[in-house]
Design a protein around this ligand. Structure first.
Ligand code: NDP
Length: 457
């Protein structure tokens, strides 16, 4: 990454410059935190119903700009327009869901002798959110909106390749009437602006989404200040397909091709029971051949480019020339294109089978029986998501209890719903986002005991 004080945002489908955005320095971050501290005091003092009303108004404004936000995501991130519309809608829906939480941030009344005991969920203060480039808009929203609803101010650093939707969301927040500096977006480099946010003593918590390598560094730096972190990191999720499954649904290639595979929940390890391995291979070969890869703004396109040349080089490094594989096609010329690929000659302990590739590349591996499937599914340092496919209910329950991952789906490839908790086991992360408890992760619990014995004489 360059140290330039300007970020050039490229359209990954054309390599043309879409926008140039100033990069925040350490001093800019420090100044933003000072503004956020002041704004947060007033924001937290609002009646919860008023905070909720403002967030609902923010949702209405996002809704009115859905198409604009989606088109921006297409240009800066190369997402297919259908996906980008879903992403803008997800930001709006999460605002509405989190707004309700502001009015239901309940404490407990705990029976104790000698008095009454109550707990309060109090906002942390200023929350720093560091977002990646793979889902710029939803991930910025997941970190920021519940934090706002709980009465915190947010300083958000988007990825340097994709700052535009986050900047627009902050503009829409002001338009909706959110107080100034309650939600600030500071595009910048990770090792300057990102680090400054992590190291700032007045930033009470960091929510980080990105690589396990950078997440580890963020956690180490937060430890020096005993600062809480939520980490959403990498994944290498299994798709466990038993012989009795609906193979067509189970082997849907968009379980790993969606967003060009740049998805921490992508089911990139396709584990298929031996007896249907050949059938699965044939099905996947046919399915990859018809995937429409191209201009993400075209409604018919099913898969767009990768985000950057750097990511393209990284993905290529996992697919050596001549490696046994099933392949689809991809455009030539400008843009960061890689074809849909399933590696068929990989060993379960090989790099492509164990490391997060973050591109449209999966490995196909056979398993013998249920015990073997569970062993293979767990044979990774990650534990974010996974799917399992079988018509045997008992087996579905047994396997879902045995796979160590935060988000499993049975006979489905879904992972992220704003109603349900999302996060990883093992090196896939720490803490949970979304779901009914999302706001609690942005609060401290205060316990107050009120004596009923009267003041001491
Ligand atoms: P990073 O983890 O480096 O980047 C994620 C975010 O962290 C970006 O905003 C980045 O800023 C910022 N950042 C980078 N370094 C620091 C730092 N020292 N302190 C604070 N913030 C920092 O991911 P990459 O973009 O380098 O992607 C590499 C790989 O990570 C991918 O191939 C993929 O495997 C994985 N990844 C996983 C994601 C997930 O959803 N779990 C999301 C993105 C990547 P900047 O943009 O300036 O680098």
């Amino acid at each position: 990454m360059s140290d330039s004080d300007e970020l050039k945002v490229l359209n990954p489908a054309t390599e043309e410059v879409v926008a140039t955005v100033p990069a925040a320095s350490e001093q800019d971050v420090a100044a933003a935190v000072v503004r956020a501290v002041r704004a947060q005091t007033r924001w937290a003092a609002l009646a919860p119903a008023d905070r909720a009303r403002l967030l609902r108004r923010f949702a209405d404004v996002v809704d009115a700009h859905l198409e604009e936000l989606a088109q921006l995501e297409v240009r800066e991130a190369g997402h297919t327009v259908g996906n980008a519309r879903w992403e803008a809608g997800n930001a709006r829906d999460l605002l509405l869901y989190a707004a309700g939480g502001a009015e239901r941030l309940l404490g407990k009344q705990i029976p104790v002798p000698g008095g009454w005991n109550v707990t309060f969920q109090e906002p942390l203060g200023v929350v720093g959110v560091i977002a990646p480039w793979n889902f710029p808009m939803p991930i910025a929203a997941w970190g920021s909106f519940p934090a706002l609803a709980a009465g915190n101010a947010v300083v958000l650093k988007p990825a340097e390749t994709t700052p535009l939707t986050a900047l627009r969301l902050a503009g829409l927040a002001l338009e909706a009437g959110l107080p100034e500096h309650v939600l600030q977006v500071l595009p910048g480099h990770g090792h300057t602006a990102g680090r400054a946010l992590v190291d700032h003593p007045d930033v009470a918590k960091i929510v980080f989404t990105g690589s396990t390598r950078t997440g580890r560094e963020v956690m180490e730096r937060c430890a020096r200040l005993v600062k809480p972190v939520t980490l959403e990191l990498g994944g290498k999720s299994p798709n466990v397909v038993f012989a009795d499954a609906d193979l067509e649904a189970a082997l849907n290639p968009f379980s790993f091709l969606d967003n060009s595979g740049q998805d921490c929940c992508a089911r990139t390890r396709i584990l298929v029971q031996e007896s249907v391995y050949d059938e699965a291979r044939e099905f996947l070969a046919d399915a990859l051949a018809v995937v429409v890869v191209g201009d993400p703004a075209d409604e018919k396109t099913q898969m767009g480019p990768l985000i950057s040349r750097q990511q393209l080089d990284r993905v290529r490094s996992y697919v050596p020339e001549g490696a046994p594989a099933l392949r689809g096609s991809a455009p030539d010329g400008p843009g960061f294109w890689f074809p849909p690929t399933v590696l068929t000659g990989e060993r379960p302990d090989g790099e492509a089978a164990r490391e997060e590739i973050f591109g449209p590349v999966a490995v196909l591996l056979p398993f013998a029986d249920e015990a073997d499937a569970i062993r293979l599914a767990n044979d990774t340092p990650y534990g974010l998501s996974g799917s399992l496919w079988t018509r045997d209910l008992g087996r579905a329950l047994r396997v879902s209890q045995s796979v160590r991952a935060g988000n499993l789906s049975v006979n489905s490839h879904s992972s992220v719903r704003y109603w349900t908790p999302f996060g990883g086991y093992k090196q896939s992360g720490l803490g949970r986002e979304l779901g009914p408890d999302a706001l609690t992760a942005f609060t401290e619990t205060k316990n107050v005991f009120i004596s009923t014995e009267g003041p001491a004489q």
